[in-house]
Design a protein around this ligand. Structure first.
Ligand code: FES
Length: 165
């Protein structure tokens, strides 16, 4: 039966996490737990979501799969294709752009030998296509790696950060 197969995509830990998020919302409002549930499923799957995982999340929350697909497609923090283990988001919005964000993005592309939107051959890094303002303008230029912010970047600082991962 398809539903059994889908649910088996989620680890016991992920299911527990999803149940805990679902319990935070009133009965019938479990749709509110979709973002947190997708985060848990993506984390379990090394940084990206598959169709089967998204269907499993929908079953777990007892909502139509389309409501899960929509959220995954809308928010930039969700990936629906295999990507490198460490996700790098370089902000190129106005404050960061004025402080050299685009040049730093170019520097990282050259250093890693990939273009924005690609992952390195060893699947270590994934350079996201474009980030909107990450609300750290006072620390421009900045980037986020695996949800951690790095601010006031220079090429030397980027070398230090990437080489330490
Ligand atoms: S413009 Fe880059 S953090 Fe705001």
């Amino acid at each position: 039966m398809e539903s059994v197969d889908n649910m088996s995509q989620l680890s016991a830990h992920t299911r527990e996490e999803i149940d805990a998020w679902r319990a935070k919302f009133p009965e019938g409002r479990q749709r509110s737990a979709v973002i947190a549930a997708l985060h848990a499923a993506q984390h379990q799957n090394h940084g990206y979501l598959t169709k089967e995982l998204m269907e499993a999340v929908a079953e777990c929350l007892e909502i139509p799969a389309i409501q899960v697909f929509e959220v995954a497609a809308f928010y930039s923090m969700f990936e629906t294709q295999p990507v490198g283990r460490h996700s790098i988001s370089v902000c190129t919005n106005i404050s960061c752009m004025l402080c050299g964000g685009e040049q730093l993005l170019g520097y990282i592309e050259k250093k890693l030998g990939i273009k924005a939107g690609e992952s390195t051959a060893d699947h270590k890094f994934y350079l996201k296509v474009e980030e909107e303002c990450l609300a750290a303008c006072t620390g421009a230029p900045m980037m986020m790696i695996d949800h951690k912010y790095y601010e006031n970047l220079t090429q030397a600082r980027i070398d230090e950060i990437l080489d330490s991962i």
